[in-house]
Design a protein around this ligand. Structure first.
Ligand SMILES: Cc1cc2nc3c(=O)[nH]c(=O)nc-3n(C[C@H](O)[C@H](O)[C@H](O)COP(=O)(O)O)c2cc1C
Length: 265
């Protein structure tokens, strides 16, 4: 699904950095070329070696690393990148990216990227809700970033609230929506309908620039249709397709970690 695409995964110094390893692995399974840059502080939480083993590519941390080819690495990487995702994004890196700081390999490379950019902030609820963080996220949106809302729940620091990094399956959905699905489904017209008895009690499709955004609510306790995952009572699937398309795909939340996108059209 992502063959021929290069995804630049930025990992920063937050407790959820370990989830980035699952994301990298899922993207590799979808045949993306995954380039990972860690901030120095991210290396306190997870090692470059983990990402190198998962992706088969050298994981970068230091802008001034001398072990690269003769090209200026952050520029050549920016040129071949199809999509940037920063996950998890610390409050610090959100602020730096919002204001154009380029003082490490991650922020320098991203500043040189012209491709779509996604950012998944993850932090303590008070940090996330702080108006300065919210302002920084608004600035990022203004510059074209897609900000992936953090999930709510019990955080590693013990607080309960918003600030958790969404599960890697959901992050994959955002990436697929940007990179794969519009092209997969472009120009195809399909019939909208319920995929199976008992699986979906409500489905609405909203055409939007050749993309649709499907919201499904599964019947409580119901088993998902083969193209869906059981995920509790509600969920959101992001998929490509025109108005009137029936899009079935896995729905984030619950289920095994390995993504298995299925799209019927
Ligand atoms: C145990 C621990 C967990 C942390 N978790 C987070 C976090 O989830 N989100 C966040 O924004 N900062 C977190 N921090 C603070 C960042 O690591 C700190 O702001 C650091 O300067 C971020 O650097 P970076 O943005 O360059 O990776 C944590 C710090 C520690 C010691």
């Amino acid at each position: 699904m992502l063959k021929g695409k290069t995804v630049l995964l930025g990992v920063t110094g937050g407790i959820a950095a370990y989830k980035a390893a699952y994301l990298a692995s899922a993207l590799v399974k979808l045949h993306a070329s995954v380039e990972v840059i860690l901030t120095e502080h991210a290396t306190e939480f997870i090692t470059p070696l983990t990402f190198e083993q998962l992706t088969g590519n050298r994981c970068m941390v230091n802008t001034f690393d001398r072990n690269f080819s003769h090209q200026v690495e952050h520029i050549s990487l920016a040129q071949r990148t199809d999509l940037v995702i920063v996950a998890p994004a610390t409050a610090n890196v959100c602020a730096k990216l919002a204001h154009g700081l380029a003082d490490d390999m991650l922020t320098t490379t991203i500043l040189a990227c012209r491709c779509p950019k996604l950012i998944a902030p993850a932090m303590n609820t008070n940090m996330y809700e702080n108006p300065v963080t919210q302002d920084n996220l608004d600035i990022l949106r203004k510059y074209g970033w897609q900000v992936i809302e953090p999930a709510a729940g019990r955080l590693a620091c013990g607080a309960v609230g918003k600030g958790k990094l969404p599960e890697p399956e959901l992050l994959v959905q955002y990436i697929l929506k940007e990179l794969a699905l519009p092209k997969d489904l472009a120009g195809k017209t399909v019939l909208a309908g319920s995929p199976g008895p008992g699986a979906v009690s409500h489905q609405s499709l909203h055409g939007q620039d050749g993309l649709c955004h499907c919201q499904e609510r599964h019947a409580a306790g119901g088993q998902g249709h083969s193209g869906f995952r059981p995920h509790g009572n509600s969920g959101t699937a992001l998929c490509g397709g025109g108005p009137g398309s029936l899009c079935t795909g896995y729905v984030p939340g619950g289920g095994p970690a390995e993504p298995r996108g299925r799209f019927h059209h």
